[in-house]
Ligand binder design. Structure first.
Ligand SMILES: *Cc1c(COP(=O)(O)O)cnc(C)c1O
Length: 381
C-alpha cells in the first residue's frame, strides 16, 4: 500500500458494531466481561482503548514498524523510552535537540543515574568516538531544531547496531511522509503527534513505533505501568489529522521551498538554513534519506540584532508568533528568546544560533500571501 492510501486505510476498518466509517471515540473507562476473564480483548482503558488501538496500528503502518504505542504527549513517549534504561547507563544525543528532550535527560533522569552526552551528530565519527561500554541509547533528532542540520540516520544506526546499542529517532520534524527511520535501521521512532501528524494545532499527543515485538512488549508494559496514556478524543483527532498528512506535507514543503528561495535573495536576510539548498552542508544526506526537504526554515538578519529580530516577529500578520510547529497555519518564532532562551548565549552562537535567528513553520496557506507577509515585516525594520 502506498503512503497516500495508508494514511486513510491502514489499520482502520468501519466500526463493527454500527458500520460507522469513522473510528468511534470510545469514551469509556472499563469494559463489561461475560464472566471473569471472558472479554473482547479490552479490560480497562489505561491498558487498552479501541480508538487508541486504531491509531497505534495506523502509526505502525505509516512508520513501517510492527507496533505503535501512544502517550499523552511527545515527552511522555520519550519518558517511556528512557525507562527502558538502568542507573549508570549513558545516552548519546544530538546537541541541537528539542529543549524538552534535553531537560528530561538532564534535569529529571540524571538524578536517577542516567547520563547524557550531547554532540554534533552530523559528524558520524564523533558519535563512534563517544561510545563506551555504558552507552545504551543513541538519541537522534533530524532535521535538528532550529539549525536544520541533517543527521545520517543509516550510518549512525549501523554503528549502534554493531555494538548492540538501542537507537531512537525523534521523527517529529520530518513525519513519516518525509522519512521512515525504521527502514534506515532505527529501533524506535518517536513522534510529538502534536505537530505534523495532528496538523491542526488542537491536540497534544505522543507516539512510539518500534521495529520488533520484544521492544513493543517492553514499552506496552511501561505505557500501562506508568499510565501516561492519551484520551480517546485526542486519538480520534490525530487519526483525523493523519488522513490529510500527505497533502499537508506536500503543500508545506512546496511553500517552504519558495519562501526559502525568496529569503535567500532578500538584502535584509543573512543566512538561510534550509536543507533543500545545494549549499546546505548536509544537502546530499537530506536528498538520500528524505522524500522532500520539509516545511521548516530558519534564517537570521544582516543586522544581527535581538531587538530587530523581535520587530520582524511582531510585524508579521499571517505568520503567528507562537511556540510549536507543523500545523496548517504558518508560525514564526525567535529561538534566542523563546525555545532556546535557557541556553547560554556563547553556547548558542557556537552552533550558529544568533540573536536574530528566526524560525518559520511554513503552513499550507497560499505562498504568495506568506511571502507578501514576510516582505511587509522585513521592509519595516
Ligand atoms: C514538540 C516536540 C516534542 C515534545 O512533544 P510534546 O507533544 O509537546 O510533549 C519532542 N520533540 C520535538 C522535535 C518536538 O518538536
Amino acid at each position: 500500500m502506498k503512503f497516500g492510501t495508508k494514511v486513510i486505510h491502514a489499520g482502520i476498518k468501519p466500526d463493527p458494531a454500527s458500520g460507522a466509517i469513522m473510528t468511534p471515540i470510545y469514551q469509556t473507562s472499563t469494559y463489561v466481561q461475560a464472566s471473569p476473564g471472558e472479554h473482547k480483548g479490552y479490560e480497562y482503558a489505561r491498558t487498552q482503548n479501541p480508538t487508541r488501538t486504531v491509531l497505534e496500528n495506523n502509526l505502525a503502518a505509516l512508520e513501517n514498524g510492527v507496533a505503535g504505542i501512544c502517550f499523552s504527549s511527545g515527552m511522555a513517549a520519550m519518558d517511556a523510552v528512557l525507562k527502558l534504561l538502568q542507573p549508570g547507563d549513558e545516552i548519546i544525543a544530538t546537541n541541537d535537540l528539542y529543549g524538552g528532550s534535553y531537560r528530561l535527560i538532564t534535569t529529571i533522569y540524571e538524578k536517577f543515574g542516567l547520563k547524557g552526552h550531547f554532540i554534533d551528530m552530523s559528524d558520524v565519527k564523533a558519535v563512534s568516538s563517544k561510545i563506551n561500554e555504558k552507552t545504551k541509547l543513541i538519541w537522534i533528532e533530524t532535521p535538528t531544531n532550529p539549525m536544520l542540520n541533517i543527521i545520517d540516520v543509516k550510518a549512525i544506526c549501523k554503528v549502534a547496531q554493531k555494538k548492540g546499542i538501542l537507537t531512537c529517532v525523534d521523527n517529529t520534524f520530518a513525519s513519516p511522509y518525509l522519512q521512515t527511520p525504521i527502514d534506515m535501521g532505527a529501533d524506535i521512532v518517536l513522534h510529538s503527534a502534536t505537530k505534523y501528524l495532528g496538523g491542526h494545532s488542537d491536540v497534544v499527543l505522543g507516539a512510539l513505533v518500534v521495529k520488533d515485538e520484544e521492544l513493543a512488549e517492553k514499552l506496552y508494559f511501561i505505557q500501562n505501568s506508568s499510565g501516561a496514556v492519551p484520551g480517546p478524543q485526542d486519538c480520534f483527532l490525530i487519526l483525523r489529522g493523519i488522513k490529510t498528512l500527505h497533502l499537508r506535507m506536500e503543500r508545506s514543503c512546496k511553500n517552504a521551498k519558495r519562501i526559502a528561495k525568496y529569503l535567500n535573495k532578500h538584502p535584509k536576510v543573512g543566512k538561510v538554513y534550509y536543507p533543500g539548498f545545494k549549499s546546505h552542508p548536509n544537502h546530499e544526506i537530506a536528498k538520500k534519506q528524505m522524500n522532500d526537504f520539509g516545511g521548516m526554515i530558519s534564517f537570521d538578519l544582516t543586522d544581527d540584532d535581538y531587538d530587530v529580530a523581535q520587530k520582524v516577529l511582531s510585524n508579521t500578520k499571517l505568520f503567528s508568533l507562537a511556540e510549536s510547529l507543523g500545523g496548517v497555519e504558518s508560525l514564526i518564532g525567535h529561538p534566542a528568546s523563546m525555545t532556546h532562551a535557557s541556553i547560554p548565549r556563547e553556547e548558542r552562537l557556537k552552533v550558529g544560533l544568533t540573536d536574530s535567528l528566526i524560525r518559520l513553520s511554513v503552513g499550507i496557506e497560499d505562498a504568495d500571501d506568506l511571502i507578501e507577509d514576510l516582505e511587509k515585516a522585513l521592509v519595516n525594520i
